[in-house]
Design a binder for this molecule. Structure first.
Ligand SMILES: NC(=O)CC[C@H](N)C(=O)O
Length: 461
C-alpha cells in the first residue's frame, strides 16, 4: 500500500494481539490536516526541516544574527523516514531523524509546555526518559548558553511534530539539530505527537526504543522495550556532581522578576547545603537570589559530613528516576530531619516524604508541563505551576504531624507538604520554573524565613 505523504505509524510484526491497532492510513492522517510541506534532503547534517531557502538578517539587541532558513532546494514531496520510535505496546512511529544517530531506550513522557524546550532538555530529571513535545513547533529559538539547567542533556531523545529551521533569537548560538548532535541526543521529527500523546495518556507511560539503525527489526526493538523499566533504577548518583562545590550567583538583574528578593537578602546570607540529585541551575540561582550561600554536595554525601558544616538549612533537589531506588538519600534525609530546616523540591519532596515515613507511587503518565493548577491549602490561593514528575507521595501513608499544604487541582495528588515539628517543607513541582510560571517563587522566601526563624530561636536560647 503506497502510503501518501504524511505521518506514519504501523504495528510491529509479531506484536501481541493486545497491542493497539496502529496501522493508520497516513493519507487519512493528513487529509483533514495541512499537508506536511516538503523537506530538505539531509545534506551536510542539516536538520530535516521545511521552508524555502532564504536568509535574512535580524538585528536586535545590537547584534545582527543571520536568520538562516535552509533547504527544500530539491525537496522530495515525502519526508525522509529514516528513524523510528518503537513502543513496548508494539506500535512503530516512523520519523525523520535529526541530531545524533544510534539507538536509545527510555520511558516516553509528553511535556505540554509551550516554551522552554532547552530548559526541559537540560533538566537532569529527564535522565532515562524521552520527551515528546505536544507544542508542535520546536527549535525556533535555537539554543543559547544562558538557559542551560545543567551542563549537559541527560535525556536520550526528543520527539517533535515539526522541527523549525528558522532560528529567530538574538541569544541563539546554535540550532537544535546542532545541539542534539553535540549532546548525543537523537531527534525524531514529523511524528504525530498528538496521536502519541493520546496513546500515553490512555495507556500510561510506555517504554520505547528510538533508533536510526535500519538493520534492527521492529520486533527486536519491541522486545528491547518490553525488557526495560525505569522503576528501581538509581539515576541520582548517575547525574549528580562527584565533588562538593560552592554556588553564590543569583538571577541577574536583567531577568530578576521578584522585588521581594531584596528584602530577603537583608537577612542573609544563609548557608545552605544542597544535595545534588540532578539539581537544576535555576534552583541554585533562586536560592542565591533570596540570600543563600550554597554548598552543593553529591547525592551520596553522608549526612554526618553535611551536619559538620553546620549549615543554616539543607536542600534536597529534583532528580531522575524512582525515589525508592535511592534508599541512601532517604537515610541521609532521616539523619538530618529535625536537626536543620530542610526544603525539598520534586525528587527532594519524594525523598523527604519517605523520610517522614510515607510511601511514593508511580503516576499513570506523570505531570510534565507549565500550566498545572495548584491550590495552596492554608490560604486557598491557586498558583499555576511548572511540573515534571512521574512519581508522587501517597498522603494516606504519611504520619500524623505531616500536613499536605498543596494539592494538584488536575488530579488531587499531593503537591506539597510541611512537617512543622521537623522544620521541613516540600514541593512536588518546580517553583524555580525554567521553564514555566513564577507563581511558586514564594517557596524560596518561605524556606529563608524558616531558616531565619530557626537562627533567631537559637540566638535567643
Ligand atoms: N523532577 C523531578 O525531580 C522528578 C522526580 C522523580 N524522578 C519523578 O519522576 O517523579
Amino acid at each position: 500500500m503506497m502510503l501518501k505523504q504524511g505521518v506514519q505509524r504501523t504495528i510491529a510484526a509479531g506484536a501481541t494481539q493486545s497491542t493497539r491497532s496502529c496501522v493508520v492510513d497516513a493519507h487519512a492522517q493528513t487529509s483533514s490536516r495541512q499537508v506536511i510541506a516538503p523537506f530538505a534532503p539531509r545534506t551536510s547534517g542539516k536538520a530535516a526541516c521545511q521552508g524555502s531557502a532564504r536568509s535574512a538578517a535580524s538585528v536586535s539587541g545590537g547584534r545582527a544574527r543571520s536568520l538562516v532558513v535552509r533547504a527544500a532546494a530539491s525537496a522530495s514531496p515525502f519526508p525522509k523516514r529514516n528513524a523510528r520510535l518503537v513502543l513496548e505496546d508494539g506500535s512503530v512511529w516512523h520519523a525523520t531523524a535529526f541530531g545524533a544517530t544510534g539507538t536509545q531506550i527510555g520511558e516516553v513522557v509528553f511535556n505540554t509546555s509551550l516554551s522552554g524546550y532547552q530548559e526541559i532538555m537540560t533538566d537532569p530529571s529527564y535522565k532515562g526518559q524521552f520527551v515528546a513535545f505536544t507544542c508542535p513547533h520546536i527549535g525556533n529559538v535555537g539554543i543559547n548558553p544562558e538557559d542551560m539547567e545543567s551542563t549537559q542533556c541527560h535525556l536520550g531523545a526528543i520527539i517533535v511534530r515539526d522541527l523549525s529551521c528558522v532560528v529567530s533569537n538574538y541569544r541563539s548560538r546554535m540550532t537544535l539539530d546542532e545541539y542534539c548532535k553535540k549532546e548525543n541526543v537523537i531527534g525524531l521529527a514529523n511524528v504525530d505527537t498528538r496521536a502519541l500523546t493520546k496513546v500515553l495518556r490512555e495507556t500510561g507511560c510506555l517504554v520505547g526504543v528510538v533508533t536510526t539503525d535500519a538493520s534492527k527489526t521492529d520486533a527486536e526493538l519491541v522486545t528491547m522495550a518490553k525488557g526495560w523499566t525505569i522503576v528501581g533504577k538509581d539515576l541520582l548518583s548517575v547525574v549528580s556532581c562527584t565533588e562538593p562545590y560552592e554556588w553564590g550567583k543569583g538571577t541577574s538583574d536583567e531577568w530578576e522578576f521578584n522585588p521581594r528578593v531584596k528584602l530577603s537578602k537583608q537577612h542573609g546570607p544563609f548557608h545552605v547545603v544542597a544535595y545534588d540529585f540532578g539539581i537544576k541551575t535555576n534552583i541554585l540561582r533562586r536560592l542565591a537570589s533570596f540570600g543563600c550561600r550554597i554548598t552543593v554536595v553529591p547525592a551520596t554525601y553522608p549526612a554526618s559530613e553535611v551536619l559538620k558544616m553546620n549549615p543554616d538549612g539543607v536542600f534536597f533537589s529534583n532528580g531522575p528516576g524512582d525515589p525508592s531506588a535511592a534508599p541512601y538519600a532517604v537515610d541521609n534525609a532521616k539523619a538530618i530531619l529535625g536537626k536543620k530546616p530542610v526544603f525539598g523540591i520534586c525528587m527532594g519532596h519524594q525523598v523527604l516524604g519517605q523520610a517522614f515515613g510515607g510511601k511514593t507511587f508511580k503516576l499513570k503518565f506523570g505531570h510534565h508541563g507549565g500550566n498545572h493548577p495548584i491550590r495552596y491549602m492554608p490560604t486557598g490561593r491557586v498558583e499555576i505551576s511548572a511540573q515534571n514528575h512521574n512519581f508522587a507521595v501517597d498522603p494516606s501513608t504519611l504520619p500524623p504531624g505531616v500536613e499536605v499544604t498543596h494539592i494538584n487541582l488536575n488530579d488531587g495528588t499531593c503537591a506539597g507538604m510541611v512537617f512543622k515539628e521537623k522544620k521541613a517543607m516540600t514541593i512536588q513541582y518546580h517553583p524555580e520554573a525554567s521553564p514555566g510560571p513564577h507563581d511558586a517563587d514564594v517557596c524560596f522566601e518561605q524556606f529563608v524565613d524558616m531558616m531565619r526563624a530557626e537562627k533567631a530561636a537559637h540566638a535567643s536560647a
